[in-house]
Design a protein around this ligand. Structure first.
Ligand SMILES: NC(=O)c1ccc[n+]([C@@H]2O[C@H](COP(=O)([O-])OP(=O)(O)OC[C@H]3O[C@@H](n4cnc5c(N)ncnc54)[C@H](OP(=O)(O)O)[C@@H]3O)[C@@H](O)[C@H]2O)c1
Ligand SMILES: [Zn+2]
Length: 410
């Protein structure tokens, strides 16, 4: 059986595809059909969230933000933030609304700022424009400035409602929150496994170097959406050899799926022994300072790959050093996609912020598993469990998501 890429696929085609279940609902996510104001608020906040996602490039190191100005039930201004140096979402919406901003309601995914950065602060601009009400999904997560924007607005007679759809809004800025504004890259680990805990079929059961998918299409679309927010998607040499993966986001094809800019594929290979024809521009290849062969590094560079040499630990690339090197190369968000040896090393090095675990409803019996020694790693907090077709997706965070949610809603 082959899927839409022509890759071998282990999934039986006859499963029914039930509708994906909702995330565990927070009070702020509940729509009240009998309350038209609340229903309208939810619709406009959902539009603001979509705007935050519909951007050309990832706004890191700034958080994504969307804003909608509404007057008499009609949208008069829309804005999203496109990254450092670009105007804030609220400023874009104000500009579009012009004089219609007076007496309007602003729906914004993050508390408006009240401090001078590269651009002028938004809260005074909203007050000057005569905005009457501000509905903000969440407080600024930065403890130094949290609440300042809301306070300024209230002090200027503007009604402020906080916490509507906070879960979705926090999800959008999560990499920014847990790295405290990208003092280091954010690391998300994605792993897909069978019910019996295996990552891939036995190499002997595979004929060519191509991905073998355990999970269904809905899981893979989810992975591609997540990749849109990643500056780099990283695997180990073993996965490049076995799968020749593209590591792109081709299945995320709707504007609100995420930024249009694509992630860079990346690979860790201590001795740089990987087949150079498997990579090229715009790949990032990380080799070990001590073990990387200079001739191989040149061959990879000739193919258009960027080669970074990083410190080793016990003869293999040190994950913390790899993340630091990627940070220096301008990478703010990294999805680590395995295989098991790389996943184990990154977990043991305690550099994983979020673990997204997919489980497919099949048993492989024999195949690629953890190495005999399992990774020892700190506890994670369960953030959500959802179904994606016949698969389960579980999200675990090192920084408890719900605790942070309560703080940014208060
Ligand atoms: N189900 C899934 O989610 C998933 C995802 C990806 C891959 N896979 C499957 O996993 C299999 C490949 O697994 P794998 O474990 O052999 O490959 P891998 O984890 O992708 O790559 C392992 C290689 O990475 C290099 N490496 C560099 N730094 C390392 C470090 N600190 N720790 C460990 N390795 C490091 C090592 O080569 P050097 O010693 O040369 O550095 C090592 O041989 C394939 O069958 C693939 O299909 C499954
Ligand atoms: Zn602002």
């Amino acid at each position: 059986m082959a899927d839409d890429d022509g890759h071998a696929c282990l999934r039986a085609p006859c499963f029914p595809h039930p509708i994906a279940g909702p995330a565990d609902a927070m009070p702020s996510d509940v729509v009240h059909p009998q309350d038209p104001v609340r229903r309208q608020d939810t619709e406009f906040m959902a539009l603001a969230l979509d705007l935050a996602r519909t951007v050309d490039r990832r706004p890191w190191p700034n958080p994504p933000v969307g804003a909608v100005l509404v007057k008499d039930g009609r949208v008069v201004g829309l804005g999203s933030h496109q990254g450092a140096g670009a105007p804030h979402a609220e400023q874009v919406a104000l500009q579009q609304a012009g004089t219609a901003a007076s007496g309007s309601t602003l729906y914004v995914t993050l508390e408006p700022c009240n401090h001078q950065g590269r651009t002028p602060p938004c809260a005074p601009a909203l007050a000057r424009a005569g905005v009457a009400r501000v509905v903000a999904a969440m407080r600024d997560p930065n403890p130094g400035v949290a609440g300042g924007g809301c306070r300024y607005l209230r002090d200027h007679g503007i009604r402020v409602d906080l916490g509507l759809m906070a879960r979705e809004a926090l999800e959008l800025v999560w990499p920014f929150v847990v790295t405290e504004g990208f003092s280091r890259p954010y690391v998300e680990l994605k792993l897909a496994r069978s019910l019996d805990g295996l990552f891939a079929p036995d190499p002997g059961r595979r004929d060519a170097a191509a991905p073998v998918y355990l999970t269904g299409t809905l899981s893979r679309v989810e992975v591609h959406r997540r990749r849109c927010w990643m500056d780099a998607v990283l695997v180990g040499e073993g996965t490049v050899a076995a799968d020749r993966p593209r590591l792109d986001a081709r299945l995320a094809d709707k504007p609100a799926d995420g930024p249009r800019a694509r992630p860079r594929p990346a690979c860790v290979d201590t001795d740089l022994s990987l087949d150079p024809t498997a990579v090229g521009e715009p790949w990032l290849v990380l080799g070990g300072c001590e073990s990387a062969d200079p001739g191989r590094a040149d061959a990879l560079r000739e193919r258009g790959a960027e080669v970074l040499l990083v410190a080793e630990n016990g003869g293999r690339i040190d994950p913390a050093a790899a993340m630091a090197a990627l940070g220096t190369a301008g990478v703010h968000t990294v999805m680590v996609e395995g295989g098991p040896r790389v996943a184990a090393a990154f977990l043991a090095a305690d550099v994983v912020d979020r673990w997204v675990s997919f489980t497919a409803p099949l048993c492989l019996g024999a195949g690629v598993g953890w190495e005999s020694e399992r990774p020892a790693c700190g506890p994670f907090a369960l953030t959500r469990v959802e179904r994606r077709g016949q698969d389960t997706m579980a999200v675990y965070d090192r920084t408890p998501f719900v605790d942070t949610l309560l703080k940014v809603m208060a």
